[in-house]
Design a protein around this ligand. Structure first.
Ligand SMILES: NC(=O)c1ccc[n+]([C@@H]2O[C@H](COP(=O)([O-])OP(=O)(O)OC[C@H]3O[C@@H](n4cnc5c(N)ncnc54)[C@H](O)[C@@H]3O)[C@@H](O)[C@H]2O)c1
Length: 255
C-alpha cells in the first residue's frame, strides 16, 4: 500500500500517547515514515520495546519509548521535560491516543472506579496539551489530535464511563481549538469506528459482532489501524492548515 508523505512533517517533534500498541503503534509508524522525530508514551513495556526494535532497523529516525503512566499528572509533566530535552526542542505535534475501554454495568461503578476511568480516558488529554502549549506558542503553531470514539455516537452497551470520557474529548477539542487558535495551534478529534486492533480481536471480537458491524457499515470491510493513522498524519500536516475544532470520522460509514 502506498502512503502519502507530507514534507511539512519532516523533522517535526511528535509525541504519541499510548503508542505502544494498536492504533497508537500505527500512528507512531506513520510519523516515522514521514521523517518525523517521534516519542511515544505508554505503560505496556513489552509491546513498546518490540515496536522500538522493529522500527529501529527500518528507519532513519527511529522512535523512542518513554514509560509514563498517564493517570499521573506528575509523571506526565516529568516525561514531557525529558522528551523535550531528548528531542532537542519543543513539541510540534501531540497525539492524545491512550485509552482503555473496559466494560462495566451501571451498578458496578464506584467513586474510585469512576475517577480511575476518567483518568485513563480523559484527564491526560488536557494535561498533555497543557504540557506542549508553550512550545507550540513559541513555534508559532502546532497540531493536537485527540482520539475520540464512535461508541458514544451509537450508545453502545456497558461503556458508560468510556463513552462519557469520549464525549468529553469532543467538547475539549472544540474548547482547546477556540482558546489556542489565536496562537496558530490547531486541535482536532479523530473518531475511529470499529478498528481491528490486537486488543479488540482478543477481548471483544466474535463472528456475530463482526457481521453486525459490517452490516451497518457503508463499506463492507474492517477499518485497520493504518486507516486511522492516515487521518492523524494528514490533520497534523500543513496541508490541513484550515482544519481545526472538528471531528473526523474513520468508520467506514457505520450507522
Ligand atoms: N480499536 C477501536 O476499535 C477503537 C474504536 C474507537 C476509538 N478507539 C480509540 O482509539 C485509541 C486507540 O485505541 P486502541 O484500540 O489502539 O487501544 P489499545 O487499548 O489497543 O491501546 C491503547 C494503548 O494505550 C496504552 N495505555 C493505556 N493506559 C495507559 C496509561 N495509563 N498510561 C499510558 N499508556 C496507557 C496501552 O498500554 C496501549 O498501548 C483510543 O483512544 C481508543 O479509545 C479505538
Amino acid at each position: 500500500m502506498s502512503h502519502t508523505v507530507y514534507p511539512s512533517l519532516r523533522n517535526k517533534r511528535v509525541v504519541v500517547t499510548g503508542g505502544g500498541s494498536g492504533i497508537g503503534a500505527a500512528i507512531v509508524e506513520s510519523f516515522v515514515r514521514q521523517g518525523a522525530r517521534v516519542a511515544f508514551l505508554d505503560i505496556a513495556d513489552d509491546d513498546s520495546k518490540q515496536l522500538e526494535r522493529q522500527l529501529e532497523s527500518s528507519s532513519a529516525t527511529p522512535p523512542r519509548y518513554y514509560r509514563c503512566d498517564l493517570k499521573s499528572i506528575d509523571a506526565i509533566r516529568e516525561t514531557f521535560v525529558r522528551v523535550r530535552a531528548d528531542l532537542g526542542g519543543g513539541i510540534d505535534v501531540l497525539v492524545n491516543n491512550a485509552a482503555n475501554d473496559d466494560r462495566h454495568t451501571v451498578q458496578e461503578i464506584t467513586e474510585k472506579y469512576w475517577d480511575d476511568r476518567i483518568a485513563v480516558n480523559l484527564r491526560h488529554h488536557l494535561f498533555c496539551a497543557q504540557a506542549v502549549v508553550e512550545d507550540m506558542k513559541a513555534a508559532g503553531g502546532g497540531a493536537i489530535i485527540n482520539l475520540g470514539s464512535i461508541s458514544w455516537h451509537l450508545a453502545l452497551p456497558d461503556l458508560a464511563i468510556y463513552q462519557t470520557a469520549k464525549a468529553g474529548i469532543e467538547g475539549l477539542t472544540r474548547s482547546l481549538a477556540r482558546d489556542l487558535g489565536t496562537f496558530g495551534i490547531r486541535v482536532n478529534c479523530v473518531v475511529p469506528g470499529g478498528v481491528r486492533t490486537p486488543r479488540q480481536m482478543k477481548l471483544w471480537h466474535t463472528p456475530d459482532e463482526e457481521a453486525r458491524m459490517l452490516g451497518l457499515q457503508c463499506i463492507k470491510a474492517r477499518v485497520e489501524p493504518h486507516d486511522v493513522a492516515n487521518m492523524v498524519v494528514f490533520l497534523s500536516s500543513d496541508d490541513a492548515r484550515m482544519c481545526t475544532g472538528h471531528e473526523y470520522f474513520v468508520d467506514a460509514g457505520w450507522r
